[in-house]
Structures are given as C-alpha cells and as structure tokens.
Design a protein around this ligand. Structure first.
Ligand code: LLP
Length: 419
C-alpha cells in the first residue's frame, strides 16, 4: 500500500499533485512519500515484534537519502552499511554508532579503522582474511571489534542472478562447510569478539522457502558451534524480502516472514538481526518523468521519456519491471515501447507494454522506484544527477538537488601539458 493516488484525475503524492512538483523542480525527479515510508517501516517492525529480541538495521544501500534515513532513525531503525560513505550518512541522520552494522566483502583497512573509531556496533566479516586484518587493526587501536561471520549457505534464492548472493559461486561469505573452523579460529584472536553468524542470500525474493532453507542451515551451524564450546548470541538474518513491482503480483507479507522466522528460530535463544532494504523503501518512491515525444516505429510506437537508464538503472541491469502510469490519464490505452534518451538500446524501460495513452509533454511515473533508484543513478551521457523530493502531507521539499552537468564539468581538470 502506498500514498500515490489519483484525486480529481491527477496523481498525487499524499496531498500534493505531482504536476506541482514537476513545475517547480523539473523532471525527471524522484518523489518520496513520507507517510508510505513510515507505514512500511512500522508494518515490518511490528510484524517482527512477535520475536523475543530483535535489532533492525535498515539497508542504507537501498535508499541512502539523508531525509529518508532521518525518518527511519525516528522509527527506531539502525543501519546496515557497506562503505565509509554509508556509515557517514547513517551517523549524520542521528543513528547511534552502536546500531550500525558494517557489511561488505571489501571493507578497506581505512574503513575498518574509521568504523572502530566511530564505535560501530558490529562488523559482518566476509572472510577469515578480513577477520585477521580487523583483529590486527583493533588490537593496535586497543579496541575490540564486535563481529559476526557471514556464511554462504549455498541456497538458491530464486531471484535474478545478478542479485543472488547465497550460492557457492557468489563472492559473499565463507563456505558453509568451513565456517565452524573459521569461526573458532577468529574467536581465539585478540581484538575480535565473535558473537554470531550472518547471512543474506539475495534480494527481491518472491518466496520464503529459500530463506527458510538458509536459516535452517544457519541454525544447525550455530548449534554445532555451541556444541564445540563456541559462543553465539546474535544471528543476523539479512534482508531480501521482495515487493510486487507489477500491479496484482502477490508477495510474502511481513507477518508471514515473521511467522516463518519464529518457527525456525524458536529454540535459538539469540538476538535476531535484520537488514531490510527494499521492503521498507520500494513503494516509498516514484520516478516522475515527462514524455519528450512519441515516435512512430516499425512496430509499436516509442514513448521517449526524459528519464533514462542513468536515473533508474534497474530495467537495464536486471530486466526489472516498473509499472508506468500517466499522471493525468484519459482512460484510453495504447501498446508502446518506453525508452529514455540515452544512446544505447539498453536504455529501455518497457517493450510492448499496455499503458495509458500519453503524448508529448505529458507527465508519467515509474512506480516502486524508492529502492535502488536514485542511489544507483549516474550522469552517463553528461546528463544531470537526478534530484529527489520528499512529500509529507501537504508539505514537500527537495531532499537532494539536481546536480547540473556544469557542476560536474567544473570538477574536471585539463592538465597544463594538454593546453
Ligand atoms: N544485507 C545485505 C548484506 C545486502 O547485500 C543487501 C542487498 C541487503 C541487506 C538488503 O536487501 P533487500 O532487503 O533490499 O533485498 N540493486 C539491486 C539490489 C541489490 C541488493 C544488494 N544487497 C536491485 O535494484 O534490485
């Protein structure tokens, strides 16, 4: 459920008509609904309240906008970060350093040092090598790094191969059958406090079954570590719960996810940690765009919009579907291909799609663009960096400026020897 609805024939974000934002800010622009964000944050949090001890770390990568992080901090979320830059954002939003989980397969020594200085709550180690390096750094700083070991359970998440992370051939975590040995060796190192296991098998999961299989394997490993004298007080179950991108698609609800976890973890006696991203932010945003022109072709007409793959990369990267709706639909429908202005054929949002009839100058949105939207934007073809707006009832504000190509150009230098 979201708060992007038609009123008087015009699509609104909460109480604000989208043409008002387009006129003031220009297009393309991401528009977030604060009420939708808060609602999703609460539904997820409340669903997990059936579990005894829970720590929620929002996956900052899904939407790192500072205003978004502020809202989630106020809802009691910590942060799951994967770079020094994401950590800075989480702290700037007022998230306590102790509520920050540092994930990622390539944490640099400099990032580890900075995270330790800041008081980062937990490092999710992705390898024995990383653990050894962190142990040395922490010892030299006279600190102890609190850690989990990320395991690779070798479970197929059944999602797009580019966002699958829990198969043996993926780069993430340590191989399942070597994890107990690695855990014991890392637990013996000064500078590390090993307190549990972490796993995350992929994103945009449409079924709970692979998660259940992975959690069951992780639980067995946890018991084996305990039986061998190891300590496990925390289990980080990652993120991955998918959202419907197509109107009518049905996805597991947070309550079903929570019920499955309650069943699988009933005898674990740990604090359960979660790293949700898309399930919180996906529905929170739309990408508002204007139709540049409709071009006739050999087949269906080409609807050329002013948003492109640099603004919303998901269709080009993962063949992802985003529903497309006119801001002021007439009721008429057409079959068309929707593309952006970028000079490559991957700049395609949809082929042979049944859509609202649109014409030059009309506004439209790509829906469910709040997760992995603006954060994956770039400036390819020397296009501007797409701006972001947040609506809250009858208020709205620009929460990230459009960065003009001239600003980016001003950061470039021609060396003297080329003058
Ligand atoms: N934890 C870890 C360790 C992760 O790698 C991820 C996502 C999450 C949590 C959050 O997953 P979520 O709940 O959002 O599924 N750019 C892709 C998605 C990449 C996800 C990367 N990792 C997309 O647009 O679909």
């Amino acid at each position: 459920m979201d708060h992007f609805e038609y009123s008087g024939g015009v699509l609104h974000a909460e109480a604000i008509a989208l043409p008002q934002i387009a006129e003031a800010v220009g297009t393309p622009v991401y528009v977030y609904s604060r009420a939708t964000l808060t609602r999703h944050a609460r539904v997820f949090r409340d669903a997990l309240a059936v579990l005894p001890r829970v720590h929620l770390a929002f996956a900052v990568k899904s939407n790192p906008n500072l205003a978004v992080l502020k809202v989630l901090a106020a809802e009691g979320y910590g942060a799951d970060v994967v770079s020094g830059g994401e950590m800075d954002r989480a702290l700037a939003a007022g998230i306590a350093p102790g509520d920050v989980v540092f994930s990622g397969v390539g944490k640099t020594a400099a990032e580890m040092r900075r995270a330790l200085e800041a008081g980062c709550g937990q490092f999710n180690l992705e390898s024995e090598e990383e653990g050894q390096e962190l142990a040395e750094i922490a010892s030299a700083m006279d600190k102890v790094a609190t850690c989990t070991l990320r395991i690779n359970p070798d479970v197929d998440a059944g999602t797009h191969e580019k966002i699958s992370t829990g198969k043996a051939e993926n780069k993430f975590g340590v191989p399942f059958d070597r994890a107990a040995g690695i855990y014991a060796r890392l637990a013996a190192l000064p500078g590390l406090n090993m307190r549990g296991l972490a796993l995350h098998i992929g994103s945009q999961l449409s079924s709970l079954d692979p998660l259940e299989a992975a959690f069951t394997k992780a639980g067995a490993l946890m018991q084996a570590i305990r039986a061998a004298g190891g300590t496990v007080t925390h289990m980080d179950l990652g993120g991955g719960v998918g959202v419907p991108y197509k109107a009518g698609d049905v996805f597991p609800q947070p309550a079903e996810y929570a019920a499955m976890i309650a069943r699988v973890t009933a005898d674990w006696d740990v604090t359960l940690m979660f790293e949700p991203g898309r399930v919180i932010t996906g529905n929170t945003g739309v990408l508002l765009t204007e139709v540049v022109r409709v071009k006739q072709g050999a087949g269906h007409p080409w609807v050329v919009v002013d948003a492109a793959m640099n603004d919303l990369a998901r269709p080009a990267m993962y063949d992802a579907w985003h529903d497309f709706s006119a801001v002021a639909p007439t009721g008429a429908r057409m079959t068309a291909n929707i593309v952006g202005p970028i000079c490559e054929s991957s700049d395609t949002f949809a082929m042979a799609r049944d859509i609202d009839v649109v014409a030059r100058g009309d506004l439209a949105v790509f829906r469910t663009a709040g997760a992995y939207g603006a954060t994956m934007a770039n400036t390819y073809n020397s296009r501007p960096m797409v701006p972001e707006v947040m609506v809250d009832g009858d208020k709205w504000a620009v929460v990230a400026d459009r960065i003009e190509p001239s600003t980016i150009l001003s950061a470039e230098r021609v060396p003297e020897w080329l003058e």
